[in-house]
Each structure stands twice: as C-alpha cells, then as structure tokens.
Design a binder for this molecule. Structure first.
Ligand code: ZN
Length: 449
C-alpha cells in the first residue's frame, strides 16, 4: 500500500515511511513551491518524529526553501502560523490520530490550507518519483509560536466566569498548549495525560473512539468539573464530555456550534458533509441558516466554507472549521468555542436544545480500492431505480420517511463507509435491515466477508 493518501502521507515507521522517503517528499515539496519559498515545519510527539523532521528540514533547505522550525506543535498551530504570516507553505510531521507505530507528513499550502491529492499531493508524488529536485541553500530559524497562537485563539472567544475543565491530551501534541489555553481563560485546569509521550501509554490518541474517553469521563465526575475535552494526537479532532461525565456526541456539539454561529450571522451558510447526522441539518434549518452539503474530505469542506462564505463547517469525526480562525480545522480553537457554550448554562442542559436521532456506528465493510467506486455507482443506480430518494454528491445518501442512510467509498482505504439514523427504534431496525440487504446485494456484506 502506498503512503500517499487523499489528504496526507501516512504509514508505518520505518517499514512504510522512513527518513529517506521523508527526505524525498520534502525535496519534492520544496521543488513544488515557488523559488525562495518560506515554509514552517512542525512535528507531533511521536518517537520517530524528531528524526523524520530533521531530514525534512535538511531536504527543504537543500531546495533553497527557507525554513522556520516551530518545534513540537499541534497541526492547527502550523495552519495558524502559515495563514497569519502569509507563508508559502508548511509541513507537519504527524500521523494524526493513527496508532504509535505510524508516522506521516501533512503538507500545508498557502493560506494554511492542507494539500489534498488533487491540490498537490499527486504532483508532489510525481516529483518525488522523478528524483529531480531544485537545488539551493535556504536559511533556517527556530521560532516559538505558542504565545501568538494562544493570543489569536483567545481573541475570538468571550467566556464568562471561572469554571473547571479536565483536559485529556492523550499525551499528544496538545499536552502543553491546551492547559495553557484554558488557564489563560481564567479556568481551573485539571490536566489528564498532559505529558508529551509518543508511545501514547494511557490510551490511543483518538477521541472518536468512545473507549478513549473513559478516563476523561471518570475524572470529570471525580473532580465535579464543568467540562471535559480530549484531543487527538495532533490536535485537529475534538471529543467532549459534559458536566455529568457523559460523552456529548459530535453531532450535538456541531449543532450547538451551528446555533451560535447563526445567532451571530443570521441566514448564513453552514457546511457539513454527507455522513453528518441529520440533527445538524435540522438545527441549521430551524435557526434559519442555509444547510450546505459537502463531499467528505478536508479540502472539499474548506473550499465550500470559503465559497459559501459560511459561518461554520464541520465533519462527523469531530473536526470543526471556523471562518474567524482562517477556515481550517482546529480542535484547540473548537474547545474554546465549547467553553463559550457554557455561558448560557451547563453543557448537560444545553445539549437538550438539540433534537437527536438514533444513530448507528460508522461501519467500514472491506471493499477493494479498484472496486469500491463501481460498487457505489451501481448502488446509486439500483436505489434510484427502486424509487428511493438518493443524493449522489458523495456515495448514495438515501433519504427515507423516518430516517436516512449513507453508503460511500472511503477516501483513505479499501472499504465502504456505512451509517444510518432513524427517528425511533422500529425505523432504526428497519433501515438497518434495508442497509444490510442492499449491501449483501452488492456483494459487500455489512459485517465483512
Ligand atoms: Zn488529527
């Protein structure tokens, strides 16, 4: 399997991604950028990150690019720095929320926009394979960006009163910055797993998996905190626990954000992708906003946010994009926005403002890369022919009377992505059966072969 993916470069270290390959990719990136470019380079806490980062920096310098080494940082801090300073690009050495065996490279373009396959990665892969790079002698400097980042983030939130937050950084890249952020807000901070450790010894650094929030839930209850927040290893994905120690689903957080954003900018657009709960769409419509559906994927969401001059964008996986934060996804910034929600009451009360659905887990039945798009195209046709209301923007999103389901091809692996929601238990079971039958008909069983 190749390490070049739809939105980043990722693989097991060192068998799939080692220093030599990282060097090639960075040289290709330096060649891809305009001559004399200035690039920020940061990295996460992984054990293999310093060695990879060193080679990345040396490679960029050898192409004549000037490098600002911003140290161990969360990914959105690099987006921030590239955006706010008008740099030509950035590189983050990180495998995001992937397990400790992995590492990777996120390539950032002008304006802090993460490069995707279409906007750069495919071209950079080609340059890397061609093995011919620009030669030059760039300059290197080191710069701490944490203070500037914190000042910027705090400039966009208004939080009343002193409350208590438990911060679970999963020993990842938010370990140091997140407690400072909340302390500067005047809150009492209970740090949990806020020591950087690339072995992620306490739990996997991915808040989308509920089991990874168990410690946080317990500590919130023990300390009677008002809020618990958890970040993935590189700080662009957020998990939230309320004042009762209960997990607040991403679609509820997204809906509350949408409500606030539309209160400030009535009638504005809010962008969400095809896997996101209907609760979000309902909220946008109830609040008088324009519900804008996007394909799944960082770059599609970011460009929709810009094109639609939207007040907010979000993903089912806990990535949130605020236009006042340069339009990139940032879990640190989003966690401050959660703190802001508490101005109007405890989170456990606020979440009742959102009408939710019964939601299935996100199933990922295996389906080979060469087949997955054909399978989905066939399904789109068959379901439409059977009289269903099918949205084909990204996969088959089927709207039913008492719920909906989606079957789409994953952007990142040999699998489909399947999810459904319903108003009540009976409809939930019924839609589940329909999904299972539909997939069985396509030769891709829901629960795998
Ligand atoms: Zn991440």
């Amino acid at each position: 399997m190749t390490v070049f993916r739809a939105y980043d470069i990722r693989g097991i270290y060192p068998s799939e991604l080692d220093e030599d390959l990282a060097e090639k990719i960075a040289k290709a990136f330096g060649t891809f950028l305009p001559e004399g470019a200035t690039v920020a380079v940061g990295g996460d806490v992984r054990v293999s990150t310093p060695a990879l980062k060193e080679r990345v920096i040396a490679a960029l310098l050898s192409t004549g690019a000037n490098v600002i080494d911003v140290g161990m940082v969360a990914t959105p801090m690099v987006y921030y720095y590239v955006s706010s300073q008008g740099l030509d690009g950035g590189i983050v050495v990180t495998a995001s929320h992937s397990p400790k065996e992995y590492n990777g490279i996120k390539l950032v373009g002008k304006g802090g926009v993460c490069l995707s396959w279409e906007t750069g990665i495919s071209q950079i892969k080609e340059i890397a394979e061609g093995d011919e790079f620009r030669e030059g002698d760039g300059g290197l400097e080191q710069r701490g960006i944490e203070d500037a980042f914190i000042r910027h983030a705090l400039g966009h939130v208004t939080v009343d009163g002193r409350k208590k937050v438990v911060i679970d950084a999963a020993n990842g890249a938010c370990s140091l910055v997140a407690p400072k952020l909340f302390a500067r807000l005047g809150w009492e901070v209970v740090p949990l797993f806020c020591t950087p450790d690339g072995r992620f010894p306490n739990h996997e650094a991915d808040p989308i998996k509920k089991k990874n929030l168990a410690h946080l839930q317990q500590r919130v209850r023990e300390t009677k905190a008002d809020l618990g927040v958890s970040y993935d290893a590189d700080g662009d994905r957020l998990g939230v626990v309320n004042d009762r120690g209960e997990i607040v689903e991403n679609n509820v957080i997204f809906s509350l954000f949408a409500q606030e954003a539309l209160r400030k900018r009535p009638g504005a657009a809010v962008v969400y992708e095809v896997v996101v709960s209907k609760a979000v769409e309902d909220t946008i419509i109830r609040c008088g906003g324009r519900a804008v559906l996007s394909r799944v994927g960082h770059s599609y969401i970011q460009s929709a946010l810009i094109q639609q001059k939207a007040a907010l964008a979000g993903e089912n996986s806990g990535h949130y994009y605020f236009p006042e934060n340069y339009g990139y996804d940032d879990a640190l910034f989003a966690s401050l926005k959660v703190a802001e929600l508490l101005n109007a009451g405890p989170l456990s009360a606020r979440q009742r403002e959102i009408a939710t659905y019964l939601t299935s887990e996100e199933f990922r039945p295996p389906c080979p890369d060469q087949r997955k798009f054909t399978v989905v195209a066939d399904l789109q046709q068959r379901l439409a022919a059977a009289g269903y209301q099918v949205n084909t923007l990204d996969g088959a999103r089927v709207i039913l009377e008492r719920g909906w389901f989606i079957i789409r091809a994953s952007n990142t692996g040999p699998q489909l992505v399947v999810r459904w929601e319903a108003q009540d238990q009976a409809a939930f079971a019924e839609i589940g059966r329909l999904v299972e039958e539909t997939l069985a008909g396509a030769g891709v069983p829901l629960h795998g072969a």
